[in-house]
Design a protein around this ligand. Structure first.
Ligand code: COA
Length: 182
C-alpha cells in the first residue's frame, strides 16, 4: 500500500469504472462514471489532505509488475458521517484472494497502534457479503442497521464498530506494518 497520488488516476479510472463495484457503493458516487471521474476525485481528496483534513487515502498495489493502483481505502477517523469512517474497493480481477483483508489489517494497525484511537465505525449495504466478510475477519462487531441509499437500489445497510480492544485481541502480536504514513 502507498498513499494515493494524482498519477493513480488512469488505473483508478480503468478499474473503478465497473458496475460490479459501483452497485455496492452509496449513491453519492457518480454513475455513469465520468471520463475524468478518477482525476477529479483524486484532486479533491488531495486538496482536503493538503488543507489539513484528517483524511488518509491509500492505494493497493501489486508487489510484482508496474505497481499500478488496483484499489483504494480511505479513512477519516474523526468523521461523524452515516457512511462511517472508512471505505474500500478493489479491482474485480483481484477479488477473493484475501487482499482487502490484508490491507484492512494494516489500516487497523495504523489506527490502533499509530494513531492510538479507541474505535471507529464502518458500513456496508446489507447485500454486500464480501464487504461483510472483510469486516468480520478484521474484528468489526455488528451494531445494527441504518438507512443509506446505495446504487443497487437498496438502503438497508449494516453498521459495524471496530474497537482497539477487539483488534488487539484478534491480532495481539502484530506490530506496525508497512502502511505508508501521510
Ligand atoms: C469488498 C471487496 C473490497 C473485498 O475485497 P477482497 O480482496 O475480495 O476481500 P477478501 O478476499 O479479503 O475477503 C472477501 C471474503 O468474502 C467472501 N465472499 C466474496 N463474495 C462472497 C459472496 N457473494 N458471498 C459470501 N462470501 C463472499 C470471500 O470468500 C472472502 O471470505 P473468506 O476469506 O472467508 O473466503 C471487493 O469485493 C470489492 O471491491 N467489492 C466492490 C466494492 C465494495 O463492495 N466495497 C465495499 C463497500 S462497503
Amino acid at each position: 500500500m502507498r498513499p494515493l497520488a494524482l498519477s493513480d488516476a488512469p488505473a483508478i479510472q480503468r478499474h473503478f469504472n465497473n458496475w460490479n463495484i459501483i452497485r455496492n457503493l452509496a449513491s453519492v458516487v457518480p454513475w455513469p462514471y465520468p471520463d475524468d471521474g478518477a482525476e477529479s476525485f483524486i484532486r479533491i481528496q488531495l486538496e482536503k489532505i493538503t488543507a489539513g483534513e484528517e483524511l488518509y487515502h491509500w492505494v493497493l498495489v501489486l508487489r510484482a509488475g508496474d505497481g499500478e493502483a488496483i484499489g483504494n481505502i480511505h479513512f477519516r477517523p474523526s468523521a461523524d458521517s452515516p457512511k462511517g469512517n472508512r471505505g474500500f474497493w478493489l479491482a474485480e480481477p483481484y477479488w477473493s484472494r484475501g487482499l482487502m483483508t490484508e490491507a484492512i489489517s494494516a489500516v487497523n494497525d495504523f489506527a490502533f497502534n499509530t494513531l492510538a484511537i479507541e474505535q471507529f465505525y464502518v458500513c456496508n449495504v446489507a447485500s454486500n457479503e464480501a464487504s461483510r466478510r472483510v469486516k468480520q475477519k478484521t474484528g468489526a462487531e455488528f451494531v445494527g442497521y441504518i438507512e443509506l441509499a446505495h446504487h443497487n437500489g437498496q438502503s438497508k445497510s449494516e453498521k459495524w464498530r471496530v474497537t482497539r480492544e477487539n483488534w488487539l485481541r484478534l491480532a495481539p502480536s502484530r506490530s506496525e506494518t508497512d502502511v505508508n504514513r501521510q
